[in-house]
Design a protein around this ligand. Sequence first.
Ligand code: NAP
Length: 285
Amino acid sequence: MNIDGKTKLVALLGHPVSHSISPLMHNEAFRLLGLNYRYVCFDVDKDDMKTAVEGIRTLGLAGFNCTYPDKQAMAALADELSPAASLIGAVNTVVNVEGRLIGHNTDGVGYMMSVKQAGFDIIGKEMVLLGAGGAATSIAVQAALDGVSALHIFSRKGRSWNPICALAEKLNKTTACRVTVHDFYDASALSQCVEQSAILTNATTIGMAPDTGCPLPEDIVLPSSLIVSDIIYNPRETPLLCRAKSFGCPTFNGMYMLLYQGAEAFCIWTGYDMPVDAIRQKYFQ
Ligand code: NAP
């Protein structure tokens, strides 16, 4: 479909953005469904978000995604937040509804969909979550809302510690999920939580290229029944997944989370389901 006077524009705001697969994924989905939309990337650092969002309002974009480091800044700039975005305090998807910018967060939904797509059911079961940054927070909120029975979050006692403890308190009050926060370096607590859990999820940046680290203590033993997932997708097999495989654990990486957070955003903007099978075959093998 050619660009014409009625073409609707959606965008990705972040810094950097040139590596993003989102334009390929969304433009192909628009093409397959014959929707008159285009998706482009804008390199916008967080200090420029206010003026960028003013520009978006003036130009009337249909919506946009936000990625690192703009997600928290966008939560403060939106006119309204979805319940999940409000709990998370970060926005990765915005839809323009008659001039009002509504902020959503689709990372957690994308992660929970990715678990299902990988063939697992973790509802009513326990989960270990490593990390407490933006992505971990989204996953924690969605896992608790969807019915994971207990969530054991491991965080360094740095910048994320107080916010994640506050979130745990909120989730314990508002959901049936039991949420506990542990020191990232408490190896015996980690071993105990791993024994009780169905899944261990890495949402730290450890192991993301060019880093080659593994977020687990060297001497930990993983039960072969434990599902081990890494939300990192570069490299496709992180040192964590490699190590988990050596214990016989089933594993999956962050590619499906990326696909399904995008599919959820696509539906929010257009009202149509993304043709995920075609997109997966073309870009996510
Ligand atoms: P973030 O907000 O910067 O959070 C990173 C987390 O990792 C923080 O909790 C940080 O702890 C922790 N961390 C980093 N280095 C650590 C270390 N050496 N020891 C212990 N903890 C450490 O980043 P994010 O946006 O959540 O992203 C996290 C990862 O998820 C990235 O690799 C990103 O590419 C990936 N991701 C994937 C998807 C997907 O669709 N698959 C979506 C979003 C993100 P402190 O707070 O103490 O620094």
